[in-house]
Every structure is written in structure tokens, then in C-alpha cells.
Design a protein around this ligand. Structure first.
Ligand code: ASP
Length: 320
């Protein structure tokens, strides 16, 4: 892919409207409106976000742009928490979760799918080609085969070796960790001003077989309301599900909070139930209809990509 034409910069978290060179003012004269297509995604997935930006600039709709970003990471064997090369469950099986949501409020999801690389696209197919919203496990894989998705073993030699070492050292106990989260959650606003999103993951490393986190659960790992905006999550899925995090953020924005205030509140909801500092990471990223961005995490280390006006930047996020 020719992504080199996008300028990549690194910025420190701050108020995103100022990053956009071209800004107008909203009807109430206080809401900045960021002009042009926007793509944001969790973590430092530069190439993925650039792919979304490029698709948007070509005039593709927000959903296909978001899925094209997810596909970059699904194919990236160096990303051990998405797609091919993902970390297996504790039985050595790589099972993927993904969901998509479009600007009309339609959504689709696949859960615990094996041997399919492009699970975000498969979630779109569930949304568009079945009367259902979610397909899980063998049924989802069969559906993929019926659409001629190739059957691809997802466990790479490197991940297998790491799993064997883990089995030996951790005695088959699933782990909680702060650092190893790399789910891709993408939010795009296209030339027509419509917002859609996608989320794709192999979930927590060495999870129990059959475990589902937040990333395929609409309202938890991803939620879009085209009148208001969208939100995505990464990190400890169990905590995101308990607070229906992405839906919460969009509803808070509907009530007048900025994307930043809404992300802060969603993180605080999780922390309110914790005694002391949590030993897990959760991070949220939100985009409103005007193009304003919010992001917050529990711990250090979270960043996101922001594309607008042909500039693709990595933004570090200060923890709460
Ligand atoms: N949210 C994902 C899950 O719980 C994990 C992650 O973001 O790394 O499955």
C-alpha cells in the first residue's frame, strides 16, 4: 500500500480541535466543526489509520474505511492481539472477535471465530447478508466458508512457542495484564459526514476457551449513533462490558458532554468499583459529529491515531 504520502507526526494528548488546520464554527458558535474526513483508531496503528484515511479521501463510506483499517492489523502477524498471529487461548486456539456498526444504526458481530483472518469484514457480512446481528464459533466459520473466505490457520510458530512457554510457567491460569492490549477500534467520519466504526481482536491472551470480551459486543467495544458520534474501547473487556462503556460514552455526549468528558466519566465508572489502583488497563476513544475527539485510559501507555486533512498523527493519552 502507498501510505507514505501521509505525513506522520507525534503529538501529545491535548485538545484535538487545535490539531485540525481547517476549522469552522458550529451553529451555536461555540462548537468547533472539524472539516473533512476523519479516521481515528486505538493504539499506534499508523498504517491501519492511514489506510482508513486514504479510503475516506477517495470517497469511500465510513464503514468500508473503518474495515480497511481493521484489515491492516488483522493481516499483521506482528500484532499479537488481532487476527493472524494473535495470541491463542489457554488451549492453544486463536479465536477472534469483531463487530461493526454503520451510520444507520445497523450492526454485525462475529464471536470466537477460528481460521478466518478478516473478521471485521465477516461481521459486516453478518450485518448485510443474514437476518441476524451475531454469529459465533463454528457457525460463523461455516458462514465465512459459504462466502469463500479462505481457511487460514491463525496460530503462528512464534505465538505457539510463547504459548508453550506460558503453559509451563503459568500453569494454565489466564492472566490479567496492563501492557499487552492491542485491539483495533476504528471510528471514521466520511465526506458525507456519516460516522461508522469497526473493532477487531483476538481477545485476552490465554483466555479460557469460549471467553468473549467487549470487542464483539455492540455498546461495549463499539457504539455509533450518527446523530451524536461514536466510541470504541480496548483493554480488559470484562470491565468494559460491566459498564457498557461505548454506549455510555455516546449517551453522555448526547446529553452535552464533550467526547473527552464522556471518556473520563466512563473510565471513572469503572474505577469507582475498584479498591485502589486497578491492575488492568481500559482505554476509550470517542469522536463526535463535529469531529472533536476524546480519549482516556486507566494506566500510562495508551495512544491513538488521528487522521484529518492528510495528516496522520499519533497522540499519547494521559491516564486518568
Ligand atoms: N478488549 C479486548 C478483550 O477484552 C482485549 C484488548 O483490548 O486487548 O477481548
Amino acid at each position: 500500500m502507498k501510505r507514505r504520502s501521509f505525513i506522520t507526526k507525534v503529538a501529545i494528548a491535548g485538545s484535538l480541535p487545535s490539531l485540525a488546520p481547517k476549522s469552522l464554527f458550529g451553529q451555536d458558535k461555540s462548537t468547533p466543526v472539524i472539516d473533512g474526513p476523519i479516521a481515528v483508531c486505538t493504539w499506534n496503528f499508523k498504517d491501519a489509520n492511514a489506510a482508513a484515511g486514504k479510503a475516506l479521501m477517495k470517497g469511500e463510506d465510513a464503514l468500508s474505511a473503518a474495515i480497511s483499517a481493521a484489515e491492516v492489523e488483522e493481516e499483521n502477524i506482528d500484532n499479537s492481539t488481532v487476527g493472524l498471529g494473535g495470541t491463542p487461548d489457554r488451549d492453544g486456539r486463536v479465536t477472534l472477535d469483531a463487530c461493526v456498526m454503520d451510520h444507520n444504526g445497523n450492526c454485525g458481530a462475529v464471536l470466537a471465530v477460528e481460521n478466518v483472518v478478516h473478521v471485521a469484514a465477516l461481521a459486516q457480512d453478518v450485518m448485510e447478508k443474514t437476518p441476524h446481528v451475531m454469529l459465533a464459533g463454528h457457525g460463523a466459520e461455516q458462514f465465512a466458508r459459504s462466502l469463500n473466505y479462505p481457511s487460514t490457520p491463525l496460530l503462528t510458530a512464534e505465538r505457539k512457542k510463547a504459548w508453550e512457554k506460558w503453559k509451563h510457567e503459568a500453569r494454565y491460569q489466564p492472566i490479567i495484564n496492563i501492557e499487552n492490549h492491542d485491539t483495533i477500534g476504528v471510528l471514521c467520519r466520511d465526506k458525507a459526514g456519516n460516522i461508522s466504526g469497526a473493532c477487531s481482536t483476538s481477545g485476552l491472551g490465554y483466555k479460557m476457551n469460549g471467553r468473549i470480551g467487549d470487542s464483539s459486543i455492540i455498546g461495549s467495544g463499539l457504539f455509533i449513533d450518527n446523530q451524536v458520534g461514536g466510541a470504541v474501547a480496548t483493554g480488559m473487556g470484562e470491565e468494559v462490558v460491566k459498564t457498557v462503556g461505548s454506549f455510555l460514552i455516546v449517551e453522555l455526549m448526547r446529553q452535552g458532554k464533550t467526547p473527552q468528558e464522556a471518556c473520563d466519566e466512563a473510565i471513572k465508572r469503572i474505577l469507582r468499583k475498584q479498591v485502589g489502583k486497578s491492575n488492568f488497563q481500559v482505554a476509550y476513544l470517542a469522536l463526535d459529529k463535529q469531529g472533536n475527539i476524546g480519549a482516556r485510559s486507566i494506566h500510562e501507555g495508551f495512544s491513538y491515531m488521528h487522521f484529518n486533512n492528510n495528516i496522520n498523527q499519533n497522540i499519547n493519552v494521559q491516564p486518568i
